[in-house]
Design a protein around this ligand. Structure first.
Ligand SMILES: Nc1ncnc2c1ncn2[C@@H]1O[C@H](COP(=O)(O)OP(=O)(O)OP(=O)(O)O)[C@@H](O)[C@H]1O
Length: 251
């Protein structure tokens, strides 16, 4: 099931009238965000800007607590920025870290079809969309499988299929591979890569701690202490992180 799918305008922003140029799937401009704690505003995001070309997979990396998930939630519309603008293609879907929170229906087919209930589709159309989406994530042969028999990575792929079935244009993926073994990790990355070039152009932003995953990305963003420190070329960011010898577990 697509965990969250929101709205259908081709492009719109948090700020009214913020139209996005057609070549970007995701744009954030000067985003700041604070939590209110102990009667004080605690700044979490500080003037973050990013631009992700449509049809690409980008990764968002940075130390624990630097604000990656907060930024992703703002892009998903789950949090409102204190200031700044978001322009993002729609519909957009947010897929959470824990695979067991992704799939709720008894079978794979029912789960992927779940979000299609709001459209006025014939059973044949529903079946066709479900099959295309499952095909894109390499799970077509699991159509009739009870979801409780799936691995964590397979559940993530079913969740992504749910988003694709609803013609999602942006995938916001929050540390999907944290709980997965290497096989499942590769399966999910492959599924996301394969989703980008489907029927429509899908843009994906992937938060990860696993720096080895950077090699699958078209671009990357490195954050520190609520700020975007580097943005763009993957090899420069990977090189920078190696030099810095950041102490990630999987580094
Ligand atoms: N609901 C909340 N209330 C107050 N502070 C919060 C809340 N959620 C997150 N924070 C704080 O915001 C900061 C950024 O958190 P966030 O989860 O965005 O970081 P992150 O980079 O995704 O971290 P991680 O890599 O550990 O998942 C952290 O200091 C965190 O403690």
């Amino acid at each position: 099931m697509a965990t969250s799918c929101f709205g259908y305008p081709i492009c719109s922003g948090v700020g009214m009238g913020s139209m996005m140029s057609s070549s970007y799937g995701i744009e954030g401009r000067n985003l700041s965000f604070s939590y209110r704690r102990g009667g004080k505003d605690v700044p979490i995001l500080k003037d973050c800007s990013l631009r992700i070309p449509a049809g690409q997979l980008w990764m968002l990396v940075g130390p624990n607590g630097c604000g990656k998930s907060t930024l992703l939630k703002i892009l998903a519309g789950l949090l409102n920025p204190t200031s700044g603008d978001v322009s993002i293609r729609r519909p957009r879907s947010f897929v959470f870290q824990n695979p067991d929170h992704q799939v709720v229906m008894p079978t794979v087919e029912a789960d992927v079809a779940f979000g299609l209930g709001k459209f006025n589709l014939t059973p044949h159309e529903v079946r066709s969309k479900v099959e295309s989406a499952l095909d894109a994530v390499g799970m077509l042969e699991y159509l009739q499988r009870p979801v409780q028999t799936l691995s964590g990575g397979q559940k993530q792929r079913v969740a992504i299929a749910g988003a694709l079935a609803e013609a999602c244009r942006v995938l916001l993926l929050d540390e999907l591979t944290t709980f997965l073994d290497e096989n499942d990790q590769k399966g999910v990355i492959k599924a996301v890569k394969n989703s980008l070039g489907g029927l429509g152009e899908v843009t994906a932003l992937w938060v990860t701690h696993r720096l080895e995953e950077l090699r699958y990305a078209d671009g990357a963003i490195y954050m520190e202490d609520g700020r975007v420190v580097m943005h763009g070329d993957v090899s420069s960011i990977a090189h920078f992180l190696n030099e810095k010898q950041i102490g990630y577990a999987d580094c």
